[in-house]
Design a protein around this ligand. Sequence first.
Ligand code: MSP
Length: 533
Amino acid sequence: MPNQASKSFYVTTPIFYVNDAPHIGHAYTEVASDVLARWHRQRGQNSFLLTGTDEHGEKILRTAATNNTTPQAWADKLVTEAWLPLLETIDIKNQDFIRTTEPRHEKNVQKFLQHLYDTGFIYRGEFEGNYCVGCEEYKTEADLMPGEGAFAGESVCAIHSKPVERLAETNYFFKLSEFEDKLLSFYTENPKFIQPESARNEVVSFVRRGLTDLSISRSKEKFDWGIDIPWDDSHITYVWFDALLNYITAIGYGEDTAEAKAQFETLWPASVQIVGKDILRFHAVIWPAMLMAAGLEPATQVFGHGWLLVGGEKMSKSKLTGIAPSQITDTFGSDAFRYYFMKAIAFGQDGSFSWEDLSARYQAELANGFGNLASRSIAMIHKYFDGVLPAAGAFTADDLKVQQIAADAVLTANAAIDEIAIQDAINAIWTLVDELNNYITVQAPWVLAKDEANTERLGTVLNTTAEGLRALAVLLNPITPKATAKLWSALVGDDSLDAQLLDNAGAWNQLKAGSKIGQLEPLFPRIETDEAK
Ligand code: MSP
């Protein structure tokens, strides 16, 4: 288990390239990380979500040049117009946002580099090889394939289908090869470091095949959009070496103030680093080796999630298959976006997005399953008890079953989140949604209401459904925070939802009998089918 209830929870997203605007693949990583952060916050932990942007490198420089502007101006524009607004669009509650062009990052990357140079982990050498600007990665022959069409006769990157650059230059190397055995022992001693299991096996076999030293600088003769190597300003830092360090520069690495040191102590090592499987090796091989070289602990866990696919291929802007997150949220709202991607795809596996599936789940699971449960339960308290929460009388086996299912849902969902199995956590919570719907059908409050002799029983039933909704508001708050805030406001009338401890959600009799129940705003409004694409 990566974390106990008492420790801080630090979760990171990859930092995003600013060469283009976000698509739903990027938003997917953000939502998963945010759900985990909110979940741990709801458990009363000091939960810290870091996200940000990766702004250096040849790719950004080229994009800026194509747009007749400077890379800094381009990055500023994309961050303000696209990447920060994305956080609003999908309702991300991050504690910090780091940009790699900020002084707090640049100067501490230099400190880190200088430290590794002084301790002999970085040396000067001759580099000869291939580089893919799309991947911002050095490529071996095995990573290339014969080009087609305009690139026939050339070797192209297997991912981007574009020619690679041939580099032959003097630059600086990180002694990655020295960490082969140390990494393998680390993986053995920390079997959950790389998750899911399939990703772990892939990384272990990669390291077993042998590691070569990594070129970590580029000569400024070629381009200069990056952080200067501190002891040799004719070179800039390789963009990945620069980018990976964001996870520690954002939380105070290299700073001398007591506050920064305390923050670093509290948060590092990160509890979990969420990344797409395409960038897992950087995070599970190079990054822990960099940290080991600097005498720092690697993160507790790195989780490599799958891809959103279009036509069987990774959704990507460069292949023109990217869908903007707002295309979905404008119609369905941010809660539905968050719920859908976490529920429909097992975290760790690839998944295909379809408008039909989204629409169907919105209607069946969110609008009918959860939204309708909440609206009719609350409407009945208004209709039969003038909007005052009735007290519960003696509980029957059916009532106790609801309570048991709520208590079990809390335990099962917590255990699932500890395994980063977000889909399983939602399934556990949904056992309570389904049970409450079933309970209402069986108890038939509208029948009880016909006879005054049943008033106490009717009160018990509606009290039970209200308590069940209360538990659902807490459990679903990390996933659908807008809907749960509305539900909480109707049930309790204040904004104390975020302060409710998730582990207590299954305990009964928390709502005050006799308190006024408010009106419920529709949680998942009806969507006209022509709008739903
Ligand atoms: N800048 C690097 C990361 C540096 S972290 C120190 C980078 N940026 S990226 O913008 O290209 O990708 C960011 C994340 O988005 C990656 O985790 C990547 O896997 C994820 N995704 C990009 N397309 C995706 C899908 N189609 N589906 C799911 N995630 C995808 O890599």
